[in-house]
Design a protein. Structure first.
Length: 709
């Protein structure tokens, strides 16, 4: 496929970069239509003087053919932003979703964006797009008023037309109104938006706009880019983090037919027209390494973290801790452990790059195309305008593709073989080696309750899991939450995640809540209802409990139910899991999971349900099987044979989601919340099923059997 055809599935005809031209020249080169320019991060922008084009970093365009261009610096990696953004735009502009052309993450076409993470697209991006669409609608009504000689009050937008309220046959299409015109407007004030009762598209389930290309195999990912004369690159890697190259012999690889070996300081790379041949040649290199001594492994890491995480920060503190502890009728002190986890995306980090005439063009599996552009430019000593990352799908990211080592490596190689396109696709072993793991964590919890079951003492110490989602939604008069960490504490890279750290801390908090409830013989649901503040957390709990049909009835032997409540990305979530435990083998089968979410306005209910189901299944892997095995810098987990992600046989037969009706509230994040509760919900269900209380994830059969002893 030729380079100029690579983006054929995105339908855009924009070919001039706002970063390369002044604002006036940029818009002049785009042709006709109505342009609503705005600055992401604010309602819009005002011109410095009358007639001047205002400062902007984004725009929406109603084209002369009636189609709508929407440019976004966000990327699409499976969570449906390329559907939810058109939904809010189409709602306010009164057009069909298929009239909206999304141009996402292209550094020469799209507005700058810091990256796609944290469930921020829906929360912070969609409202700005809505306002721009509402502004465009008002411009179209003004144009129609002039053309039709009717007052604005007598006109409305409907199905891609401006129609006469008294006679809907009397109308003008958007194409007719924009033909031969160029109008530039900015969002200077918050325009009037539709009220929830007027919604036709927002809040209605929509089929993903990328469904057809994905199920037919036409959707393009970085590894699908094939340019004339392209070479595949494989890099010589050390056996452990921190290892130093002592010597290398590349003669056997060089002797292979068609193989090209390049050495540039610390970089030794093998190139061939066949990926398999390049891999074969890489194995022919004889290298010797010096490996640093081990400080800890996956069994001893928890003690190492507690001993060395010396930098503390008190996040929340209230009441009198000494008094609360003294007044408690029952005290509980426990330590919870959670090991390192890999993102384990099916698509490994990949980049396809071509360097010619001083410019680099790249298709990279990156959540941060603009950050990648900057990083690559600095690495190659180029102006960032000479680095172009093109729009491409990602095969999953979960925070792991915020980091772009493969892109800088590919860029470096492409410059060394100037004029020849190269593709660097990490192997699964490289993915495990260089992925930014979710940090291992230790949570120490000391808590107390009264005889009546009211929590009156809470001392939460968190090692290396951070503070996300740790603010208490339980009523506790005497409480303190402290985080402990230190830079360069881990043996390998750690970083962003799907709700980073929140999974670990929720496991500890909600297990502790369950332990306290069982101590006094109180139903876990009743205990939470009694201790929880009135608000959205309580609302999510009631949603899930009602959907599940929770009762105090004792379950059959070997069957258990568990509850966990959490907060992430502005969404309050409750997960209730039902499990079956074989006390002989220690094997767990999660049979049913119910998710209750209070997440404000829901743009695409079906999209939210899909994300909740994905969170449940992904969280199930962290809960039951996934654990990175290592000996300090040596990562022993290298493939799915020794790092087991969920199999189809592990997936619950029933996953249900109940959403709060809050369409009049601002939208919140839906891509991450449900995952945070899986560990705790399953742990609590296992306890009810067989009496095994677990303090370390994952809950392997061996750990369950040991707990039963």
């Amino acid at each position: 496929m030729k380079a100029e055809r690579i983006n054929q599935y995105y339908f855009h005809d924009v070919n001039t970069a706002p970063g390369k031209l002044g604002r006036r020249s940029f818009l002049k080169n785009l042709g006709g239509g109505i342009f609503v320019v705005f600055a992401l991060g604010g309602y819009g922008c005002k011109p410095r003087k009358e007639g001047d084009i205002p400062e902007f970093n984004a725009y929406l365009r109603v084209r002369e053919d009636g189609q709508i261009d929407c440019l976004s610096g966000k990327i699409e990696m499976g969570q449906g932003a390329n559907t939810s953004i058109p939904q809010v735009l189409a709602e306010e502009l009164e057009v069909a979703i298929n009239q909206v052309n999304m141009i996402m993450g292209d550094t020469e076409l799209s507005p700058h964006d810091d990256g796609t993470w944290g469930s921020m697209t829906t929360r912070f991006h969609d409202p700005i797009i809505r306002m721009a669409a509402a502004e465009a609608r008002e411009v179209l009504i003004l144009l129609a008023s002039e053309e039709m000689k009717l007052p604005v009050s007598q006109l409305k937008a409907l199905n891609g037309k401006i129609v006469d309220k008294n006679d809907e046959e009397n109308s003008l299409t958007y194409a007719e109104l924009t033909k031969g015109k160029k109008i530039i407007r900015s969002v200077t004030e918050k325009p009037v938006l539709k009220k929830p009762g007027e919604f036709k598209i927002i809040g209605k389930s929509q089929l993903r706009t990328d469904s057809l290309p994905k199920v037919t195999g036409k959707a393009l990912y970085s590894a699908d880019i094939h340019l004339p004369g392209q070479l595949y690159a494989r890099i010589l890697r050390p056996p452990a983090h921190g290892a130093k190259l002592v010597s290398s012999d590349t003669s056997a690889a060089i002797a292979m037919n068609g193989v090209r070996v390049i050495q540039d300081n610390d970089l030794i790379v093998v190139l061939h027209t066949s990926f398999e041949k390049a891999e074969e040649a890489l194995k022919m290199i004889n290298a010797k390494w010096e490996i640093p001594p081990s400080k800890a492994d996956n069994e001893t890491i928890f003690g190492y973290l507690v001993k060395n995480a010396s930098e503390s920060n008190i996040l929340y503190h209230g009441g009198n801790m000494d008094a609360g502890k003294k007044e408690a009728a029952f005290l509980f002190e426990n330590e919870y452990h959670d090991g390192y986890k890999a993102h384990a995306t099916i698509e490994t980090h990949t980049a396809t790059a071509l360097f010619e005439k001083g410019k680099l063009t790249m298709w990279a599996s990156s959540q941060t195309p603009f950050g990648t552009r900057q990083e690559v430019a600095e690495k190659l000593g180029l102006a960032k305008e000479n680095v172009h990352l093109k729009q491409i799908f990602l095969g999953g990211g979960f925070g792991g593709k915020i980091y772009n080592r493969q892109a800088t490596e590919a860029a470096r190689i492409a410059k060394l073989v100037e004029g020849t396109p190269i593709q660097l696709m990490w192997s699964r072993q490289e993915e495990f080696m260089y992925d930014m793991f979710r940090p291992a964590a230790v949570m120490k919890l000391h808590s107390g309750i009264t005889k009546e079951g009211k929590i009156n003492f809470w001392d939460f110490n968190i090692y290396c899991a951070g503070d996300r989602g740790t603010q208490l939604f339980y009523e506790v008069p005497n409480h303190k939450t402290t985080t402990w960490d230190k830079s360069d504490l881990h043996p390998f890279g750690t970083g962003a995640w799907r709700a980073p750290g929140n999974y670990s801390t929720t496991f500890a908090r909600e297990s502790q809540i369950d332990i306290m409830a069982h101590k006094i013989g109180m139903d876990p649901l009743e205990f939470r209802l009694q201790n929880m503040k009135e608000g959205r957390a309580l609302n999510s709990l009631r949603l899930a409990a009602d959907k599940f049909g929770w009762t105090k009835t004792k379950q059959p032997v070997g069957i258990g139910r568990g509850i966990a409540v959490g907060e992430d990305a502005g969404t309050l979530v409750t997960v209730i899991a039902e499990v079956e435990v074989d006390k002989t083998s220690g094997k767990v089968k999660v049979r049913r999971v119910v998710v209750g979410q209070d997440m404000g306005q829901v743009i695409n209910p079906e999209g939210v349900i899909i994300q909740a189901e994905g969170c449940v299944n992904m969280g199930l892997g962290y809960t039951l099987t996934e654990d990175v095995v290592f000996n300090w810098g040596e990562v022993k987990s290298s493939n799915f044979s020794d790092y087991q992600i969920p199999l189809f046989s592990m997936i619950p037969e029933i996953i249900e989601t109940s959403l709060a009706d809050a369409m009049d509230q601002p939208p919140q994040g839906g891509g991450e919340p449900a995952i945070i509760c899986m560990g705790a919900a399953v742990a609590n269900a296992i306890f009810e099923a067989c009496g095994a209380r677990l303090f370390r994830m994952p809950f392997t059969p061996e750990r369950i059997l040991n707990a039963l002893k």
